[in-house]
Design a protein around this ligand. Structure first.
Ligand SMILES: C[S@@+](CC[C@H](N)C(=O)[O-])C[C@H]1O[C@@H](n2cnc3c(N)ncnc32)[C@H](O)[C@@H]1O
Length: 240
């Protein structure tokens, strides 16, 4: 059944996702792999990679590898993309993935061929210090956080990232919500993904949310770029 078209998209929905509940390693890994599959089909890596392109074009070349941390890395697909991006662009990178869930880190290690040197760490973005890095990125992380935690996360990135940070998350709009529900009826994706995709969209953001959250973190709007990337992403970039 399609959800009623009159759902309230005016504010972030207070809903829980299935993947936030305790589950087995196999279940989480299958779920993260299907999220990565959806990401590929919806070109969800592009905003982060284009932002990195703009970042290196706008700053002097480093004499050492660009240190990139991906927070809430899941099974690590984004970092493997960034590794390939660095190789293609001739940019040396030092990559670290952080995730709260030890099983996500286990899945990331398992999915990463030994040739790709990426450090994987179990950690909480809101509690653990990352030390100084050049860039912090995240994808599909922030809609799991409360507004208060997001403000804390923005402050943490602002302090930790020497060159900038990039949040890649969903756009809270009815069109991607309903399209995703319709599309997944014809797939055999993991039930968590079928359920959590639309829930994630309802928990996600519109431009005004990001303006308010950045302002609460002490960042005026002119210091960040908030941009929609169709079909379903709304991203926030900060270049220092
Ligand atoms: C929807 S998954 C996204 C995975 C991956 N980034 C992607 O785009 O496919 C969200 C991930 O964020 C992690 N996460 C949630 N809260 C976190 C926190 N406070 N610190 C670090 N990771 C967190 C979860 O464990 C989960 O693996």
């Amino acid at each position: 059944m399609l959800a009623p078209l009159a759902l309230d998209f005016s504010r972030r929905a207070q809903l829980v996702e299935m993947m936030e509940q305790p589950c087995s390693y196999e279940e989480l890994r299958a779920c993260l792999r299907d999220i990565a599959r959806v990401d590929r089909l919806t070109f969800a890596h592009r905003p982060t990679l284009s932002w990195l392109d703009a970042l290196i074009a706008s700053a002097p070349k480093l004499e050492r590898p660009l240190r990139v941390v991906d927070v809430g890395c899941g099974d690590g697909d984004m970092l493997r993309r960034i590794d390939a991006w660095g190789a293609k662009r001739g940019v040396a990178v030092a990559l670290t993935g952080i995730d709260l869930n030890p099983n996500a880190i286990r899945a990331a290690k398992e999915a990463t061929p030994s040739g790709e040197r990426i450090e994987w760490i179990v950690g909480d973005a809101l509690a653990d210090a990352a030390g100084e890095v050049d860039v912090v990125v995240s994808s599909l992380l922030t809609h799991h956080l409360t507004d208060t935690q997001i403000v804390q996360f923005i402050r943490w990135m602002e302090k930790s990232a020497l060159r900038g940070w990039f949040i890649n998350d969903l756009h809270r709009r009815p069109v991607p919500y309903h399209l995703f529900r319709l599309w997944t009826r014809f797939t055999n994706w993991h039930p968590f993904v079928k359920n959590d995709g639309p829930v994630s969209i309802r928990r996600s953001f519109v431009v005004e949310d990001w303006q308010r959250l950045c302002a609460s973190a002490g960042l005026a709007t002119q210091f960040v770029t908030i941009r929609e990337y169709r079909p379903a992403r709304l991203c926030v970039g900060r270049v220092k």
